[in-house]
Design a binder for this molecule. Structure first.
Ligand code: NAD
Ligand code: UGA
Length: 458
């Protein structure tokens, strides 16, 4: 197969933008074009600030944009001019019809396949970068084969494992690159082309090749296992609060077992992000489709514990604040689903804010990067919600502060100053266990970490 090495990526989101910027940076001889139907997003990629915040991303894009990295809305031209096409469109949970709330909504994915079919007059390698249910590549193959006009398509699965907030670092030094292909002569040749691209900067032993179905499934399983660890430690955090055990000590003790490992054992207000919940629900739906209800129930529990943990956090606030939050001012420190990103998709802060509003609390939201998204997430919610990027301003006159995102800046605040400006008694609910509870208690706060005894003055 002869292929021009130029690359197209359909979908300029949190994955498409950074992954293509990294390929462009590592392969200066390859022209990389990223296209999207969203003209506003493309305009933002072509300007400053970029549409997403990621440490290191600005520099990466500045170094490549206009040289061998291009952002455009001309999808048809992109398809015609490039023989290697990544598809990195969104694959949300279906909100309608059969499988609503569970199954993957593949409409964006299928539209991309049809666009590729409509505008291709040379052979293409089509690479699934989006996270997709197992055997989606088969559907893609059938659509692409439907015209029978002599143009050939090879489908690869190359799921992305980067995490937000560390995307640039994860893309530069990935734990592994996974490439699934058909075990045919053409499939292997297509796979080799992609292996050679990654091998420019990723050690060969970290580039793993499998069949397409294993690659598709591995992505869902990786996210399911990571989320399962968070739900496991969060479930134990509840038991710690009942028994005076300390979840950080427990996590440390169990994490030192090499078979368990220390990562992803930080108890929290719950996991968020655009993928954990949706990918587990897609896995659950897939299992049910194959009649594996016991397997489906097992994984669904990971999501249920997460929702319970978020509710539990608010109920703890209600209990501590004398069983009424009505008219009380509560500052939420952090709205992003994790630190170092402005992304608020499925952020536990959304659930917490909504529940506080249901309790008629007055909610003040602070975050260094996510306030625009927070405003959109809470638009239309009737209640007293205000926004203040300055944490000192946000906490003024509050009864309680809740830490919902582990931004470093919250560790470094002048908490004595915050205490002085709050109502009495003053409460802190540390949903990320990032603050020095004893020091805050000594200042006069009543402190409620996750999975540890509360330190109160009552
Ligand atoms: P996103 O919503 O940020 O971006 C998707 C983009 O695709 C949007 O800009 C949308 O306008 C565009 N799009 C949709 N249909 C299109 C079409 N027909 N033609 C052109 N553009 C189209 O999503 P994301 O966070 O980048 O995620 C993309 C995929 O990657 C998902 O499947 C997700 O599960 C997976 N993933 C995400 C992450 C992450 O950290 N966000 C990490 C690994 C994998
Ligand atoms: C996650 C995976 O880590 C990536 O490998 C994957 O590519 C990505 O999903 C995806 O498919 O979208 P991401 O959601 O960006 O990445 O961020 P994580 O670091 O995994 O955190 C997810 C959530 O879990 C955050 O809300 C975080 O605060 C929470 N978390 C994480 C905890 O509460 N405790 C922990 O110990 C770890």
């Amino acid at each position: 197969m002869t292929t021009n090495k130029n690359i197209l990526c359909i979908g300029a989101g949190y994955v498409g933008g950074p992954t293509m910027a990294m390929i462009a940076a590592k392969c200066p001889d390859i022209r990389v074009t990223v296209v999207d139907i969203d003209a506003v997003r493309i305009a933002a990629w072509n300007s400053e600030p970029l549409p997403i915040y990621e440490p290191g991303l600005d520099d990466l894009v500045k170094a490549t944009r206009g040289k061998n990295l291009f952002f455009s809305t001309d999808i048809a031209r992109g398809i015609r001019e490039n023989d290697i096409i990544f598809v990195s469109v969104n694959t949300p949970t279906k909100a309608f019809g059969a499988g609503a709330g569970m199954a993957a909504d593949l409409q964006y994915w299928e539209k991309s396949a049809r666009l590729i079919l409509d505008h291709s007059d040379t052979p293409k390698i089509v690479i699934e970068k989006s996270t997709l249910p197992v055997r989606t590549a088969e559907a893609m193959e059938r659509i692409l084969a439907s015209r029978n006009n002599g143009v050939t398509f090879d489908i690869l699965s190359n799921p992305e494992f980067m995490a937000e907030g560390t995307a640039v670092q994860d893309l530069e030094t990935p734990d592994r690159i996974l490439i699934g292909s058909q075990e045919t002569v053409r499939g292997r040749a297509a796979r080799q082309i992609l292996v050679d691209i990654y091998a420019r900067w990723v050690p060969k032993e970290k580039i793993l090749t499998t069949n397409v179905w294993s690659a598709e499934l591995s992505k869902l399983v990786a996210n399911a296992l990571l989320a399962q660890r968070v739900s496991s430690i969060n479930s134990i955090s509840a038991l710690c609060e009942k028994t005076e055990a300390d979840v950080t000590e427990v996590a440390r003790a169990v994490g030192m077992d090499g078979r368990i490992g220390p990562r992803f054992l930080n108890a929290s207000v719950g996991f968020g992000g655009s993928c954990f919940k949706k990918d587990i629900l897609h896995l659950v739906y897939l299992c049910r489709t194959y009649g594996l209800d016991d397997v489906a129930d097992y994984w669904e529990q990971v999501v249920k514990i997460n929702e319970w943990q978020q509710s539990r956090f608010v109920l703890k606030m209600l209990d501590a604040l004398f069983n009424t939050l009505s008219g009380k001012r509560i500052a939420l420190f952090g709205f992003a689903f994790k630190a170092d990103t402005g992304d608020t998709r499925e952020s536990p802060a959304i659930a917490v804010a909504k529940k506080l509003i249901e309790e008629h609390a007055l909610v003040v939201i602070s975050d260094p990067k996510a306030l625009d998204n927070a405003r959109m997430d809470l638009a239309g919610l009737s209640g007293d919600i205000t926004f203040d990027e300055d944490p000192y301003g946000a906490a003024r006159g509050c009864d309680a502060v809740a830490i919902l995102t582990e931004w470093k800046l919250y560790r470094e605040l002048d908490w004595a100053r915050i205490y002085a400006a709050m109502n009495r008694p003053s409460f802190i609910f540390d949903g990320r266990n990032i603050l020095d509870a004893s020091a805050l208690h000594a200042l006069g706060f009543n402190v409620y970490p996750v999975g540890k005894p509360a330190l109160t003055h009552f």
